[in-house]
Design a protein around this ligand. Structure first.
Ligand code: F6R
Length: 615
């Protein structure tokens, strides 16, 4: 949601801003704009509702004088519809000052009233214009000190925001601030950048600085200054981005989603790399942090959407290996009741982006309540890991498609690693060698599913392009995968889909079964539990008897399912905890192929944003 880019340096900024915004498109947006201080020191601005192409066309038709200081924005509408006027930047101080913003300013109505009473005339319905007008008033009132004015404004704002501003009387300077919303600095040679995430500037530099909560940054071509909201200097942490611009390119694939599904063996392998030593799982980032795992009596895993389904797999793994009770809580439900947590609770948060506001707020809440916090995250320099006591990074590389695929696999991998790491530290895993061997074998097995089932599942999706509803059933760790299969289908193909625990069938959902109803059933290996396997086979018989069209995902050689299945998708043999990583792949391919068959944009489904930075 909302993408932010800032640039100061020797080069003309418009192309840099537009390219940065294009790389942030994946976050989801409905309008875009840029402001530039041109070579004569005048501020120019252009903004357009719709896709970035609309803005580009407008700039082509009526070029804006270029200059080497600029800010750019993609907006996902919150206050006020997605119109040209509501798009960012917003101007103030006789259009000499430009402001862009991500987040929600919660006290904007009171501030707006105050400014209206002062005679300010607003052009848009946005909270951002209120911040711009406030900054304009401060700036005019303090004799033209932009940094000072900016500090006093951010101290008056409540809510979540990343705010960037520049003034035509200060070419070569962009100021930014962040509270509960993302902002990263890109460090160049004689030029500097700001971005919602590193994708905004990755083609220019991989050297970055993470800015903390409630901090302000000023960039000029030669200097970066970070302070707190009161002006006290802060030491920001530099880091090197571990991927390059090519990793975030489509590179010949039909969609980012297709590329990311195919990248799963690598995502899993990269997440495991460096974390297995002498047949044991040892996560180097957790070195010296054993106290996080000892003396706890409960683990809560909190996340949203797909990440919450990874969390459910993690529950099974951590309970089995670390012998501690695990609950999974949707982050947006967690802090709005009075959960029983304290110093003996470990709260694990999972987030691909590391910026999901619901998850961030859950982490902050857990910390305030004295819980220990650990995050699993795919994005370096993101807010959630910074707010946690420890972080285990998934190394899936940049995920651009809105629907999460490789990040999901990497999250499950990280949770399996965490479970085995905790089991070792807590002394509850005597011999991890078999599980470690399973982990090591995963990338090759995921690759095998991709290779063997791609065509079959794509064909299946083609036949089902007119289907109006699909159900997914699973038991044990297959249950979260059923939920994930349904979510993938809903979000990119707009088909009604539901995932159920197979055992729930007779408690209600079986009423949905009518002749021809497609149902995917995830069948656990009989080698893990003959009992659970036989229960799922019975469930298949029950729905088959009522006319369901049954598509089974089962391990190679599972003959028991054959008589009752209309279609069988095979996955390689794997240990119980490892099957989800194989079983999810055909479901991702199915959703993608069905959406493609319906002519839909699989990378940017309607109404969705990749990074949900508002509650
Ligand atoms: C679904 C999807 C979302 C995210 C959820 C959390 O494909 O991508 O459900 O999983 O919005 O996002 P992160 O992991 O960034 O916190």
């Amino acid at each position: 949601m909302c993408g932010i880019v800032g640039y100061v340096g020797p080069r003309p900024s418009q192309d840099i801003l537009l390219a940065g915004l294009a790389r942030l498109e994946y976050r989801g947006y409905d309008s875009a704009g840029v402001a530039v201080i041109d070579g004569d020191g005048a501020l120019g601005m252009r903004k357009k509702a719709g896709k970035l192409a609309m803005l580009r066309d407008s700039l082509k038709d009526a070029p804006l004088a270029d200059g080497s200081t600029g800010i750019g924005h993609t907006r996902w509408a919150t206050h006020g519809g997605p119109t040209d006027v509501n798009a960012h930047p917003h101007l103030a101080d006789d259009d000499k000052l430009a402001v862009i913003h991500n987040g929600i300013i919660e006290n904007f109505s009171a501030l707006r009233e105050e400014l209206l009473a002062d005679g300010v005339v607003f052009r848009s319905e946005t909270d951002t214009e209120v911040a711009a007008a406030l900054l304009g008033r401060e700036y005019a009132g303090n004799g033209g000190d932009l940094q000072h004015a900016f500090r006093s404004v951010v101290n008056r704002l409540e809510g979540a925001f990343t705010l960037l501003a520049m003034h035509q009387d200060h070419p070569g300077l962009v100021v930014g601030a962040r509270r509960n919303s993302p902002l990263v600095i890109g460090l160049g040679e004689g030029e500097n950048f700001l971005g919602s995430d590193v994708a905004a500037f990755i083609e220019h530099t991989r050297r970055a600085l993470a800015i903390g909560q409630d901090q302000i940054v000023s960039i000029t071509p030669d200097a970066v200054t970070v302070t707190d909201f009161f002006g006290a200097p802060v030491q920001a942490e530099p880091f090197d981005v571990s991927w390059d611009a090519a990793a975030a390119e489509k590179g010949g694939w039909s969609s980012f989603m297709a590329k990311e599904v195919a990248e799963q063996p690598e995502a899993v392998a990269n997440t495991i790399r460096g974390r297995i030593h002498d047949g044991q799982v040892v996560i180097p980032e957790l070195d010296g942090l054993d106290e996080l795992f000892i003396g706890i009596n409960r683990v809560i895993i909190t996340a949203c959407g797909t990440a919450s389904y990874a969390a459910l797999v993690g529950k099974y793994a951590i309970e089995q290996w670390a012998r501690v009770a695990v609950d999974v809580e949707l982050a947006h439900e967690f802090r709005y009741r009075d959960p029983v947590i304290g110093a003996d609770t470990l709260v694990v948060s999972i987030s691909q982006s590391g910026e999901t506001m619901d998850t961030l707020m859950a982490v902050k809440y857990a910390r305030e309540r004295g819980a220990r916090t650990l995050s699993i995250c795919n994005t370096q320099g993101a807010t959630i890991p910074r707010e946690s006591d420890a972080v285990v990074y998934t190394h899936a590389g940049p995920e651009v498609a809105v629907a999460s695929t490789k990040a999901f696999s990497a999250q499950i991998t990280a949770l399996l690693l965490l479970g085995l790491h905790m089991g070792r530290v807590r002394g509850t895993v005597a011999d991890a060698s078999a599980d470690v061997a399973e982990l090591a074998a995963l990338p090759e097995k995921v690759a095998r599913v991709l290779e063997s089932e791609q065509e079959h599942v794509t064909q299946l999706a083609g036949w089902m392009a007119d289907t109006r509803s699909v159900l997914f059933l699973g038991r044990h760790v297959g249950y979260p995968i059923a939920l994930e299969g349904a979510l993938k289908l809903k979000e990119i193909s707009y088909i009604h889909a539901e995932g159920f625990a197979a055992g729930e069938l007779k408690h209600g959902p079986i009423a949905l079964i009518e002749p021809g109803q497609p149902v995917f059933v995830l069948v656990p290996s009989p080698r893990h539990s003959a009992l659970v396997h036989s229960k799922v086979v019975s469930n298949i018989q029950e729905i088959r008897a009522r006319g369901a069209r049954v598509i089974v995902i089962a391990e190679e050689g599972d003959a028991a399912v054959l008589p009752f299945a209309d279609e069988v998708i095979h996955i390689p043999l794997a240990g119980a905890m490892f099957e989800p990583l194989l079983a999810v792949v055909p479901l991702q391919i199915f959703a993608m192929a069905l959406a493609t068959a319906k002519g839909l944009d699989v990378d940017q489904p309607r109404n969705l944003a990749k990074s949900v930075t508002v509650e």
